[in-house]
Design a protein around this ligand. Sequence first.
Ligand SMILES: [Zn+2]
Length: 271
Amino acid sequence: MNKVILVLSDALRFDVAKDNMGFLGHLVEKQQASLYKIKGELPSMSRPMYETIHTGLSSSEHGIVANSIVRLSNKPNIFQAVKKAGKVTAAAAYYWYSELYNRAPYNPIDDKETDDESLNIQHGRFYTEDEYPDIELINSAAHLVRKYAPDYLLLHPMGMDYHGETYGSDTKEYRNHAVYQDSKLAPFLLEWRELGYTVFVTGDHGINKDGAHGGSALEQRTVPFFVIQPSAKGRGEVDETVSHLQVAPTILNLLEIPIPETMKQKPLSLR
Ligand SMILES: [Zn+2]
């Protein structure tokens, strides 16, 4: 039975990931993983892209066109489809995810830790501070995997975005954080692969040297899409640009869940 973990590293740029994430690079180099390039949807902003990645719809189609729009998603999405299929969902993520798929607005006391099968994100561990340490969040996600064996888990660390917005992308702080994230993820990538998970590592948008994103420049929208499969076989670096719009149908396809009609892009073929 297929299970999926999506590591959505906020503001992880393609070039910085490729140059600085050495364990992921090792898996790609040894053909144990595949690396695609994603030309991100627009605007290259967080909340619109969270919804785009989870619905397979562009911002003007799903309506979350700015970070300031605080409401539940009203389109078919990954969490809803997985739950509807009787499977288990989980997330260790920024609180905007709770607002999109569980409840809006977010209540930091009642919504922070949720274990409720009636919610779209059944097992949620949420945070509100951008500087919340990635390792604490990664450990929460790893715990959710061991305890609940979710069919779909989202791990959404904010460290790249925090360092990129604070110092700019052309800095040791931003680059070093990619090294750090890679080293903290590495042991779990192997653990999860052995448990039978397909793991994707990507970003919602990039970032520029001013510490900004939102626009259409390549550094603001180009993100990696690493694919690590339980077979430990991959295609290495693939000379192929794919779309954020393909992420949701690809995940549902792997989970053998019917793809909603609204998700029109083709799932990636991962054989
Ligand atoms: Zn973001």
